[in-house]
Design a protein around this ligand. Structure first.
Ligand SMILES: Cc1cc2nc3c(=O)[nH]c(=O)nc-3n(C[C@H](O)[C@H](O)[C@H](O)COP(=O)(O)OP(=O)(O)OC[C@H]3O[C@@H](n4cnc5c(N)ncnc54)[C@H](O)[C@@H]3O)c2cc1C
Length: 386
């Protein structure tokens, strides 16, 4: 066990941090607190991050045109991105996992058609699972893909789709038969070629990135776009969740780090009762609790990625990382607001935005409750889902 980053990891993070402070920070500031970054600008940002492996190319194998980075190295850099912009981080998370899905859960034709353009950050992907009536229980998906000769006709609505309004294509979870979870499949629908509509959603936080409703109204899609054979179910996509969940946790770690940094700086500068508020014991107590929570969250997330790099399945460790990191980030950001007093609830100091952003993350990729049920199932051998 080694808690020190390697030289390679340290240098990668340092170089990327210089980029974040000098290039990305000035761009994202213009959109804060709640202005949507335009699609063209988001693509431009991805393109600027490509040389660092942070434009959707990082963890894709070199033989497929990516940089073949270890997940943990990628994660350490992603954490810094989330510290500077949770919005760009979420967009990249979806883009990177979209590229990874094409690499590992796709067919050669779809991979060859879409992956190269993603690796040049020319197009944006999204993943369509949730529906107005379907959230935690994916097995209840109703969006239909009905076979019609060489085509599938896709009909249904998806909601809360990150990158949805930006998206050039969506990997849509569809129902091909009424056989419960086994009747689910995944099809790639191209906005320009096949056509679907989107509507951006106004949210509590993370409004600088798109979360959208998608509408598929009898969309005719070639059968070759079916990424998972009907009847196979979604078992193969579980490896994607194992990676997505600690990455969502890491987004929260970055947001919480930004909140703690602001709280520490403010506590040293703001004076009450004749001294900096940071010299009062109760303020130090809050800062210490936040720092402990944040470090514990980091360790859980790093462990998950370390296991992933070693090819070890880690459903439970991923669930723990996602569950804990997203929950403590809400607490850390809330403490940062408290330490800022009245200034904390204004738009001028940035911590209210971090609090709102942190509050978003306990929900996607399996809510806190769903993560606990995964952990509880492993502990007891009893399945609370059935
Ligand atoms: C920021 C953000 C980004 C998202 N991005 C995407 C995306 O890109 N693609 C996509 O498809 N979806 C996305 N989602 C949707 C997300 O995956 C769902 O919101 C999530 O799965 C929860 O579903 P729901 O909102 O329908 O809540 P519900 O499933 O209706 O849950 C409501 C409440 O009931 C609880 N609950 C549900 N079942 C149980 C149970 N068995 N036991 C105990 N409690 C339970 C939940 O924990 C929650 O508290 C995103 C959501 C957010 C907030």
């Amino acid at each position: 066990m080694n808690f020190l980053p390697t030289d390679e990891q340290r240098l990668a993070v340092e170089g990327f941090n210089r980029f974040l402070e000098t290039k990305l920070q000035p761009i994202v500031r213009r959109y804060q607190p709640d202005k949507l970054i335009e699609k063209e600008r988001m693509l431009e940002i991805f393109q600027l991050m490509l040389p660092y492996g942070m434009g959707g190319n990082g963890i894709i194998a070199e033989k497929h045109g990516g940089m073949g980075m270890p997940w943990l190295t990628y994660a350490l850099m992603y954490e810094q991105l989330a510290r500077v912009s949770g919005d760009v981080a979420i967009s990249l998370l979806i883009q990177q996992l979209g590229a990874y899905s094409l690499e590992v859960c796709s067919n050669d034709a779809m991979r060859d058609k879409y992956l190269p353009r993603m690796l040049r950050a020319e197009i944006i992907a999204c993943s369509g699972i949730s529906e107005p009536g379907v959230g935690s229980n994916v097995a209840e998906v109703t969006c239909r893909a009905k076979k019609d000769g060489d085509l599938y006709v896709v009909t249904g609505e998806k909601t809360w789709i990150s990158n949805g309004h930006y998206s050039d294509f969506c990997m849509v979870i569809v129902r091909t038969s009424d056989d419960g979870a086994k009747g689910l499949s995944m099809i790639l629908v191209d906005r320009a070629e096949h056509g679907y509509d989107s509507r951006n959603i106004d949210k509590l936080g993370l409004n600088s990135t798109s979360t959208a409703q998608l509408f598929f109204d009898g969309v005719r899609v070639p059968a070759a776009n079916m990424l998972i054979a009907p009847g196979a179910g979604l078992k193969n996509t579980l490896v994607l969740f194992e990676k997505a969940r600690p990455m969502v946790g890491l987004t929260s770690v970055g947001i919480a780090q930004a909140a703690l940094d602001k709280a520490v700086a403010y506590a040293k500068e703001r004076r009450q009762h004749g001294k900096p508020i940071g010299a009062h014991q109760l303020i130090q107590g809050m800062l210490a609790e936040a720092a402990i929570e944040l470090d514990a969250a980091k360790l859980l997330v790093y462990r998950a990625f370390n296991l992933i790099d070693h090819g070890v399945r880690c459903e439970v460790e991923s669930a723990m990382a996602k569950c804990y990191a997203t929950e403590i980030a809400v607490d850390v950001a809330s403490k940062a607001v408290q330490i800022h007093g009245g200034n904390g609830i204004t738009k001028d100091f940035g911590v209210e935005l971090l609090f709102r952003n942190a509050r978003m993350m306990t929900i996607p990729d399996g809510t806190t409750e769903i993560q606990k049920l995964i952990i509880g199932r492993a502990l007891t051998g009893l399945n609370a889902f059935s």
